[in-house]
Design a protein around this ligand. Structure first.
Ligand SMILES: Nc1nc2c(c(=O)[nH]1)N[C@H]1C(S)=C(S)[C@@H](COP(=O)(O)O)O[C@H]1N2
Ligand SMILES: [Mo]
Length: 252
């Protein structure tokens, strides 16, 4: 993995714009100036989504990048929620994870399937063979703390392109080893700063932070950056797994 900071490349506004326009034009086709409704629209328990999704999406903030910081801004970073699905004495234990961990993730494979032309599984090595994106960003947890780290990974858009997502595809769903299932829409999925991170602060992603691979979705609140990714499923329809009481969409 290339952790040379000089190689760290921040996408220009122009590139971001082009990527985003491609997403809007080709995949989402957001209708003109109609107020976009979130997929949870109509579910009275999830009215918060309606408000934040509409407000953010009508301003087309997908054209903007989250602020990126300098190496000197990197802070200490607590690990929260599940901190090791391989430890049977801790919450979130998963036997398959524990086995993958025993092989130092050599035997780890991440299937990407659903509404795609070429479903396939990726090894860690395969993910690392795509161009690396390095970004120093601020994580904001719903519990009220923030922390800054450098992340190294592959843009999710590259993986979606590799499996050939179908034109009807609208959501990217993630299954994690500790039992989370949740999704993001194609605007977030194709955002240039949305990456599958396998590295943090110049090292392999530590187990407490989601090894071997976690999502970084920098334009949303911290709990959308799913750790311990097991499987990615592309769907045409929204799959509501929101029984946690947490909003599906929390843009920042
Ligand atoms: N699979 C999984 N992903 C997760 C969590 C979790 O417990 N399990 N916690 C979420 C929350 S609430 C936050 S704030 C961040 C914490 O990431 P960290 O442990 O690297 O600080 O991961 C998010 N992603
Ligand atoms: Mo969080």
């Amino acid at each position: 993995m290339d952790h040379n900071n000089k190689a760290s490349r921040i996408l220009t506004r122009r590139e971001a714009l082009i990527t985003s326009l491609g997403v809007i034009g080709g995949i989402l086709s957001l209708p003109g100036c109609k107020r976009p409704a979130p997929p949870t629209y109509g579910n009275i328990l999830r009215m918060g989504d309606d408000f934040t999704y509409s407000a953010q999406r009508s301003l087309l903030p997908e054209l903007s990048l989250a602020k990126e910081y300098n190496l000197g801004d990197i802070s200490s970073f607590p690990a929260t929620g599940t901190i090791n699905p391989g430890d049977s004495s801790k919450p979130g234990f998963n036997e398959n994870y524990s086995k993958a961990l025993d092989t130092n993730f050599d035997q780890w494979r991440m299937p990407v399937e659903g509404s795609v032309a070429k479903p396939r599984s990726f090894s860690l090595h395969e993910l690392q063979s795509f161009p690396v994106r390095n970004q120093i960003t601020k994580h904001t947890c719903e519990e009220g703390w923030t922390a800054i780290a450098q992340w190294h990974g592959v843009q999710l858009s590259r993986i979606l392109q590799a499996v050939g997502i179908k034109p009807s595809a609208r959501f990217v769903n993630f299954q994690t080893y500790d039992g989370w299932t949740d999704s993001i829409d194609m605007i977030d999925a194709f955002h240039p700063q949305t990456i599958l991170a396998y590295g943090m602060n110049g090292k392999n992603l530590p187990i407490p932070h989601g090894a071997p691979v976690r999502l970084r979705v920098e334009k949303q609140i911290g709990y959308k950056s799913f750790k311990y990714i097991e499987k990615i499923i592309i769907t045409d329809e929204f799959v509501d797994t929101g029984d946690s009481g947490w909003a599906w969409y929390v843009g920042m």
